[in-house]
Write a protein that binds this ligand. Structure first.
Ligand code: SAH
Ligand code: SF4
Length: 347
């Protein structure tokens, strides 16, 4: 157990209701509204509540589980914030502008660091400090919602920051429920995506939550031998098992799965490998996202050149698999996929 109070966002609507035992029924709505839909940053700001209730809540819960240490803004408008949790762990969260007018996507961390050790990822290099709580995840979103103004409204959340979400399943489930529930963050299932290194039991659990949120699976290679060099867990989880879980998700959630494929020069980017991808994915309800490699100090790979990425895309597309190249954001502030390392400060 953490020696820090839970965040008010750590608890479900039912838990908050029983917390407010003797209070009038409308108190619950007042608190939910203030926490999730206003810019207030402390219980003292909820002027609709009696002072006694504010004080009682402040004794038991923190209002914001994460506090900013440093913010950086990219030339493309991406913002990265270094956040400190109550026990001093440090994580990073990124806000990315989207093509949609004034809308932004928040890239959430689910763990401080990551234990998966993927060989092309800066977060993998630092190892795992600890799992985040549901409240610490939701509060990353609210951090931006409370401070963004009308020009940069956060309306989408993707679990593509630090950590492997499906290695922290219970907290991520709580966070996802908080993000989609109408009375809380209220994004709706279509606006939340979990990205996983590919843990089959977690993928099946996600399907069984019954929320139909978006799922992205980090594929990176269509044959086990190459995947095992990039993603250590692939040594015990073969592609066949991963594809079974993915098909289960497509069927139960009724949604197309996105596969992510980071393009590494001379490793997974040949035309033969593009055809292997087609062989693996053809016939699935899926989309392939090719990610240009984002480098970082100490990186062991080089990224595939843009024209080779386009060539790979064309081979996959002609093979009948839906495919696009991801637009890179925030590279100049080390805020792009795989670059988050919290300055090595995670604990
Ligand atoms: N742990 C989850 C989510 C966080 S990583 C996962 O692995 O899916 C988000 C995405 O960034 C993943 O698809 C990951 O493979 C990719 N990624 C990691 N390092 C990268 C890098 N250096 N350049 C480009 N993409 C990278
Ligand atoms: Fe962890 Fe994802 Fe990075 Fe792999 S790619 S080390 S799973 S954050």
């Amino acid at each position: 157990m953490l020696a820090i109070p839970p965040s008010i966002t750590d608890i479900s609507v039912e838990e908050l209701r029983s917390e407010l035992d003797l209070e009038p029924r409308y108190r619950l709505d007042q608190i939910q509204h203030a926490v999730y839909s206003t810019n207030s940053t402390s219980f003292d700001d909820i002027l609709t509540l009696p002072v006694g209730t504010r004080e009682a809540l402040a004794k038991k819960f923190s209002y914001e589980a994460v506090a900013p240490l440093r913010t950086e803004t990219s030339l493309d408008g991406t913002k990265k914030v270094l956040l400190r949790t109550g026990d001093g762990s440090v994580i990073e969260t990124v806000q990315m502008p989207t093509e949609r007018h004034k809308a932004t996507t928040i890239c959430l961390s689910s763990q401080a660091g990551c234990a998966m050790g993927c060989t092309f990822c800066a977060t993998g290099d630092i190892g795992l400090t600890r799992n985040l709580t549901s409240g610490e995840i939701i509060d990353q979103f609210l951090y931006f919602r409370r401070r963004s103004g009308d020009e940069q409204v956060p309306d989408r959340a993707v679990f593509m920051g630090m950590g492997e979400p499906l290695a922290n399943l219970a907290a991520v489930e709580g966070a996802v429920r908080g993000l989609v529930e109408p009375g809380r963050v209220g994004l709706g299932a279509r606006r939340v995506t979990v990205s996983t290194v590919g843990l089959p039991s977690g993928i099946r659990a996600l399907a069984d939550w019954g929320l139909s949120i978006g799922l992205a699976i980090s594929l990176h290679a269509a044959v086990d031998e190459i995947r095992q060099c990039l993603v250590p867990v692939a040594r015990r989880i073969l592609l066949e098992e991963l594809m079974d879980a993915s098909t289960y998700y497509q069927r139960i959630a009724g949604r197309r799965v996105t596969y992510e494929y980071t393009m590494l020069e001379g490793v997974n980017d040949s035309r033969v490998q593009a055809k292997e991808v087609v062989h693996l994915l053809r016939g699935q309800r899926c989309h392939l996202n090719l990610i240009p490699f984002n480098s970082y100090p100490g990186a062991r790979y080089r990224g595939t050149a843009p024209d080779r990425i386009r060539d790979f895309r064309d081979v996959v597309g002609l093979g009948g698999v839906s495919v696009t190249i991801r637009r890179t954001r925030g590279r100049d502030i080390s805020g792009a996929c795989g670059q988050l390392h919290a300055g090595g400060l995670t604990n």
